[in-house]
Design a protein. Structure first.
Length: 309
């Protein structure tokens, strides 16, 4: 995938462009993107995506920023895996004051060389989100851009949306979130040094600090998986602030990795959350905590055996 955001490069071939924020690249987003990819292939053109950098988009809550389901780096990787060839992902501030018609003419037609565009029916664009999907279709006819509007994707009669996925993640409904995403929610973060208390209990763990701005999973214990050198290992992850050991720190993902021994400090590893086991709680002693960790490990082993992971 070629990122043309910070260059003056204009695609030589006509493009079919998927439009949206695509925060999370969930199954509904994937449908929009793959529709654009297939249309581009049928026309002999390039598939493209226009999406703002997620952390530059303002919202009414959460410090004025959208809680990110994934980093932009992870988002772009997902798009490349779906077959996207050209990416244009500017800061929201650069375009939030642009009139809807100027966006179609100057961005889609002139900058991205679009002959086609694909969006969801809730897509908005231009100053004050004045432009709607139907306006894009109307303006597309004027500028010779074939616009396809994709209907919402449903799961159990409910629209798949980033808002609902965020709610599920916050409330510990991680299995439902994963089903809507079409992959396992998680983080790709550097392994940091911890207190190494788990090593004395024969439960060595890795610590990954969850950055500000990411949607925060419900504090508690999860069945998880960690990808190391292309191999996936089952694990048990505690997300929270370690109330029993009284550690004052930003929320951490602390993971015990089964059947792995090795030094992972400083490495950037992908962590997936599979199933919520229990909420975070304080124990009256380290022995009680150790017994609970052993029980959680047994639960995780059963889960992964039953799900053949």
């Amino acid at each position: 995938m070629t990122d043309i955001t910070n260059s003056g490069f204009i695609p030589e071939k006509r493009t079919v462009c998927a439009l949206g924020l695509f925060d999370g690249v969930h199954r509904g987003h994937q449908l929009i993107i793959t529709t654009a990819v297939k249309k581009a292939q049928s026309l002999g053109g390039h598939s493209a995506v226009f999406c703002f950098k997620t952390d530059t988009v303002t919202s009414k809550g959460h410090d004025g920023r959208i809680e990110m389901l994934m980093s932009d780096e992870e988002k772009h990787k997902k798009m490349a895996e779906l077959g996207v060839e050209v990416l244009f992902s500017p800061d929201f501030a650069e375009f939030k004051g642009m009139e809807p018609e100027d966006f179609v003419k100057k961005v889609l037609k002139e900058r991205l060389n679009c002959s086609g565009a694909v969006c969801g029916n809730d897509f908005t664009f231009g100053k004050g989100a004045q432009g709607k999907a139907v306006d894009l279709k109307r303006l597309g006819e004027k500028y010779d851009i074939d616009v396809e509007i994709v209907s919402p994707l449903l799961m159990g009669g409910e629209v798949i949306s980033s808002t609902e996925i965020r709610r599920c993640v916050r409330e510990g409904e991680i299995a439902k979130a994963n089903e809507m995403l079409g992959y396992h929610f998680g983080f790709c973060l550097e392994v940091e040094h911890g207190f190494q208390r788990g090593r004395t209990w024969d439960f060595p763990t890795i610590n990954q600090q969850i950055p500000k701005g990411r949607v925060m999973p419900k504090f508690g214990v999860y069945c998880s998986a960690v990808e190391i050198d292309g191999n996936k290992y089952a694990g048990v992850t505690n997300i929270g602030v370690k109330p029993t050991v009284h550690v004052e720190t930003a929320p951490l993902a602390e993971t015990f990795i089964m059947d792995y021994h090795g030094d992972l400090y400083g490495r950037k590893l992908k962590l997936e959350l599979h199933e919520f086991l229990r909420s975070e709680k304080m124990f009256d002693s380290f022995d009680s905590l150790r017994e609970e960790i052993a029980k959680n490990k047994e639960q995780a082993v059963r889960y992964f055996k039953e799900n053949k992971i």
